[in-house]
Ligand binder design. Sequence first.
Ligand SMILES: Nc1ncnc2c1ncn2[C@@H]1O[C@H](COP(=O)(O)OP(=O)(O)OP(=O)(O)O)[C@@H](O)[C@H]1O
Ligand SMILES: [Mg+2]
Length: 308
Amino acid sequence: MIYTVTLNPALDRTIWVERIKDDDPNRIKKEKKYAGGKGIDVSRVLYHLGIPNRALGFLGGYTGMEIEGILLQEGIYTDFTTIVNETRTNIVLDIESERRQVILSAKGPEIEPVELTNLFKKLENLNSAEYVVFSGSLPPGLSPTIYERAVEVANSKGATTILDTDGDNLKKGINGKPKIIKPNIHELSRLVGKKLSGANEIIESAEDIRRQGIEIVLVSMGAKGILLVSDNERLHGVPPEVDVKNTIGAGDSSVAGFVFGLKKNLPLKDCLKYAVAAGTATTLQPGTALANKDEINSIFEKVKVFPV
Ligand SMILES: Nc1ncnc2c1ncn2[C@@H]1O[C@H](COP(=O)(O)OP(=O)(O)OP(=O)(O)O)[C@@H](O)[C@H]1O
Ligand SMILES: [Mg+2]
């Protein structure tokens, strides 16, 4: 089984208005709720690709139940750990006359110690975990060493672990030795503490990280695609030029594409192609919508891979 872990999910509530006037009621034209979270998005894209998986993490309160219901409706299997505090809601304000979106992002709920224990018990009891993907930020107050411990537990279950996070969470999480990490170029640059320009500098930094016990480093670079650095290979996957609608979830889709390739026992080169294809396919979708299978497969044919 493939598991994704989202420790700080959110209900993303988009509100459309024509314009914003001060001191006057602003009429809401339309509202939409989306179950947001980076691991959840990985689950969605895997599901679109026909790969069964289960989304784990923390959910609490009415908002938590709402997220679970939305995912149920979408066909995603979940096994979240219940918390007493309310899962966060992010507000996206879409001001149509200004073609502008304002995003108000909430911090997230505090996690009680016993809830953390419950999550770890769940991880320790995962049945036949083949892949465990850890994605996104941590709720406030949780120590960045949580990712280190969680990755260690998943490794000890024999799973292939993937970590996709930023800052201190990534820095500390790497100590748990995830098999794969997928920083984007900015995250990698923060991790190694220097500005990176050009493939050689990126590969050098990726090799530094690999020496800490990481097998595969995938560095995503937006429209420039993804660099893969592993024991035997250094490859650059380049997407075709496309009409980008929205890049939200592109990185998470790439993680899903890569895991899809691994699950299908494809050579690393093709796993990389799927990672690029899934990311790029998601950029063709408006808003928070994610890549579908047909688009991923059609872009897959157009992804070029070059040795570096
Ligand atoms: N402008 C673009 N044109 C074509 N493909 C893109 C573009 N932006 C992203 N992609 C595709 O998506 C992949 C992942 O994107 P990116 O490097 O932006 O990830 P990220 O920064 O981790 O994103 P996220 O915000 O989802 O975490 C890229 O490697 C590429 O294949
Ligand atoms: Mg990302």
